[in-house]
Write a protein that binds this ligand. Structure first.
Ligand code: DUC
Ligand code: ZN
Ligand code: ZN
Length: 473
């Protein structure tokens, strides 16, 4: 009997720490050996000329998430297919607590959405919209103990926003339970004020979505969240940072020794608010409506500054897909009446790695090791999945992407595996593309096709993150 189930031979193995020419042997879905030559295997994949990296972990995606009258374009099946096609092997989407509902029940319902449908492994974050005494006192502690070790809170949106007192209440529980809190930093009142003012002036096109929530709105909320976190000595992760002002708030907090982490996303290095103008300030701009909105090219440089200097630990997609041409998507009757009603979010899980690789590694802004850290390893570390996920160490799950660093691709909807009917990056040229994705040693994506049985992906109960430990114990 061969010593290994699979050998990946001849590739260049990249981790967050090293770049090495070696082979990998896989046994029982795990990495069993890294060696100069692995020959005694039942199957061999030739990786000559390819990079062999830990599968991407996207710790910020939305799948099958209820959102008013809009319907998300991806459930677990298409969303995870799109993820696998983009070189990812783990996703962490969100179970949302509708106001007044039990958080536990929301998690149970969300598991039903996921069960048997995922092509990749997945954890689940919680979104807390109603921090009632039973949520804070009983449900959250029990859910953290069950492996839901991170939660997101919102500082905007009518159906999600928490006031400052509620934010502090959630932070307090997070500190006690050692859960990591992700914060959506945009100020509710400022957005509401600006939206009403814009609408009163007849400025309702999708472009004005960006004008209704400028960078100062994000900066103010980031500062407020940081201040509350400092007050309670609780680590927080500020998610989807769009530009210099919020980035500088995080850097300022980090320089003061606070455990404030940062996430940025593909759209903030590759799209601008001008995309929201559409063809001619028309409704096609709705394709780019997401929050925070993309800013401008100077903001891309600020985001790169944050990436290269370590302000940001994770680079995510914030995949939040809606169809464009659908009454339940961007072109709903209400959505046509004002930017206020266009569902927020864009599909991006499939292009996260290619765009960061192309803009980052190929253009010399980041190293291969940084690429792996930003797209995989740091997500595993931050969210309690390391070392099982996010590395190519012996004993880790054999979650691997084989990557062609020289392949030139023009992104188009035709290439995508998501459920949306468009990609915001239509026509965007990249160098570097996934060739094969392996989940626990099994190929799930092979040269353009998602392969194998759906439902292979498993739920991941996550550990307490060491990064969620308070500074002062
Ligand atoms: N926040 C997200 O994280 N995703 C989509 C919309 C939003 O506001
Ligand atoms: Zn958000
Ligand atoms: Zn999101």
């Amino acid at each position: 009997m061969p010593a290994y189930d699979l050998a990946i031979r001849g590739g260049t193995v990249v981790t967050a720490a090293d770049v090495t020419r070696c082979d990998i042997g896989v046994r029982n879905g795990r990495i069993a050996i890294l060696a100069e030559a692995v020959t005694d295997a039942a199957r061999t994949i030739d990786a000559t000329g390819l990079l062999v990296m830990p599968g991407g972990i996207d710790s910020h995606v939305h799948l099958a998430q209820p959102s008013g009258e809009a319907v998300m374009a991806d459930g677990f099946e298409t969303g995870s297919a799109s993820a696998a096609a983009g070189g990812n092997t783990t996703l962490i989407p969100f179970a949302v607590q509708p106001r007044g509902a039990s958080l536990r029940e929301s998690v149970v319902n969300y598991h039903r959405e996921a069960q048997g449908k995922s092509h990749v492994d997945y954890g689940i974050h919680l979104i807390i919209t109603d921090p009632s005494p039973s949520v804070l006192g009983q449900e959250l502690p029990a859910l953290v103990a069950d492996g839901y070790t991170s939660f997101k809170v919102f500082m905007t949106y009518d159906d999600m926003v928490l006031n400052d007192r509620q934010l502090l209440q959630v932070f307090e529980v997070a500190r006690r339970e050692k859960a990591l809190v992700m914060v959506h930093c945009e100020g509710y009142d400022a957005i509401k004020f600006m939206t009403e003012r814009l609408e009163a002036a007849g400025k309702t096109a999708p472009y004005y979505h960006a004008a209704s929530r400028p960078e100062s709105v994000e900066r103010e909320a980031a500062h407020r969240a940081i201040s509350h976190a400092e007050l309670l000595d609780v680590p927080i992760m500020i998610v989807h940072v769009s530009g210099r002002q919020a980035m500088e708030q995080i850097r300022w907090a980090q320089q003061r020794g606070l455990k404030v982490y940062g996430e940025t996303c593909t759209q903030y290095i590759s799209l601008t608010a001008d995309d929201l103008k559409g063809v001619d300030m028309d409704e096609t701009g709705g394709k780019y409506v997401c929050s925070p909105p993309p800013r401008d090219e100077a903001s891309w440089e600020a985001i790169w500054e944050g990436i290269t200097t370590g302000v940001f630990q994770t680079f995510s997609s914030d995949h939040c897909p809606y169809k464009y041409d659908s009454p339940q998507g961007k072109l709903s009757a209400k959505g046509r009446s004002s930017f206020r009603w266009v569902p927020n979010g864009i599909p991006g899980v499939e292009v996260r790695l290619p765009i960061l690789f192309s803009e980052g590694v190929v253009k010399g802004r980041i190293t291969l090791e940084q690429f792996v850290a930003l797209t995989s390893t740091n997500h595993a570390k931050m969210y309690g999945l390391y070392p099982r996920k996010g590395s190519l160490a012996v004993g880790a799950d054999a979650d691997i992407v084989l990557w062609d660093p020289a392949r030139k691709v023009t992104i188009s909807q035709e290439l995508m595996h998501h459920g949306a009917d468009y990609t915001p990056w239509e026509g965007y040229a990249v160098t570097g593309w996934p060739v094969k994705t392996l989940l626990r040693g099994e190929v799930v994506f092979d040269d353009g096709k998602v392969v194998g049985a759906v439902g292979r992906g498993e739920f991941l109960k996550r550990d307490i993150s060491p990064y969620a430990a308070p500074r002062l114990g």
